[in-house]
Design a protein around this ligand. Structure first.
Ligand code: MTE
Length: 297
């Protein structure tokens, strides 16, 4: 997807013309009402969407369970009422954003390819806003070089967090370099398939970074911190040899235990070649031009 200012301008005009017609409302998890007003994605690339049922049922959300089916089952009761994101670290003033605050950012539909490190892939119509819109509101100090995200920690809601031997060292933490975070493709998603996110997909708000392996797209975010140093992320801490901080989709760099050359789109039987930066090379390759992608994997 190639977003030019002109395209964005046209999208805004289209939205204004659409007016109330673009209003989509539906029940948020736990019946909290959330109306999603968004600019539709014209799908210029003609990407074939993954089946909604599969995309909402074949999930990774370890806090609930490492078992995909069980995670969906447990997420049915996920309570996201009064959700807030705390913003702190290298900012002029820390702030707290409620979902009402977050939904004032301009919402857009974004049809993105999504590639999991486990080699399955999907194409999802997300609804969200550009992370950079939020960052611009935060009066970030010049010392800030990275952004760190944290998922909710709540043993009453997350069975694996409450377990005697949790699978990961919770809370789940992810991070981006500030320029990656400011990239117009980097999305804070609040919905998919025109509806608010379901618990299992990271309700009520998650990150989506389409050129990176799916584990970077952290779910159910409660904290955003601007940092001077590169944050230690959950998967990197769990296994630094297998999961790097950058995690850019790269068919030429194998995972130590499997090849990343191909992927299986959800719902398909056959695999297909994985694209460099998951097909977003034109948009993001410049961010890494001086880096050895085999070392900074
Ligand atoms: N975020 C949290 N908090 N916990 C997780 O277990 N799994 C990650 C990512 N975000 C995960 C997470 C992984 S491995 C992937 S592939 C994607 O979420 C999956 O997103 P989906 O289940 O909506 O397809």
């Amino acid at each position: 997807m190639n977003i030019t200012n002109e395209q964005l301008y046209n999208k805004r005009r289209y939205f204004l013309k659409l007016g109330a017609g673009a209003l989509v409302s539906s029940a948020l998890v736990q019946s909290e009402l959330m109306a999603l007003n968004f600019f539709p994605d014209p799908n210029n690339e003609k990407l074939k969407l993954s089946d909604e049922k599969i995309a909402t049922n074949y999930v990774n959300f370890y806090e609930f369970s490492t078992d995909k089916k069980r995670a969906v089952e447990l997420a049915k009761n996920f309570n996201t009422k009064d959700w807030k994101i705390e913003v702190s670290g290298e900012v002029e003033e820390p702030l707290t954003l409620t979902m009402q605050d977050l939904l004032t950012f301009p919402l857009e539909e974004r049809i993105y390819r999504f590639r999991c490190v486990e080699t399955w892939s999907m194409v999802v119509p997300w609804v969200g806003f550009e992370l950079r819109a939020l960052i611009e509101k935060c009066k970030v100090k010049s010392e800030a070089k990275f952004i760190k995200f944290t998922t909710l920690f709540d043993k009453n809601q997350f069975a694996d967090q409450a377990s005697f031997f949790p699978t990961l060292d919770y809370p789940y933490v992810e991070g981006l370099r500030l320029d990656e975070a400011m990239h117009p493709l980097t999305l804070m998603a609040v919905g998919m398939y025109k509806k608010p996110l379901l618990g299992q997909n990271g309700a009520p708000i998650r990150l989506v970074v389409p050129w990176k392996y799916g584990f970077k797209s952290i779910k159910s975010i409660v904290k955003i911190e601007f940092t001077k140093e590169q944050p230690k992320t959950t998967w990197e801490l769990a296994n630094p040899r297998e999961y790097g901080f950058y995690a850019n989709v790269n068919p030429n760099v194998s995972h130590p235990r499997w090849s990343q050359a191909n992927e299986r789109p959800l719902g398909d039987f056959f695999t297909k070649p994985t694209q460099m930066f998951n097909g977003y090379e034109k948009e993001v390759a410049h961010l890494y031009k001086d880096m050895d992608l085999k070392v900074n994997f």
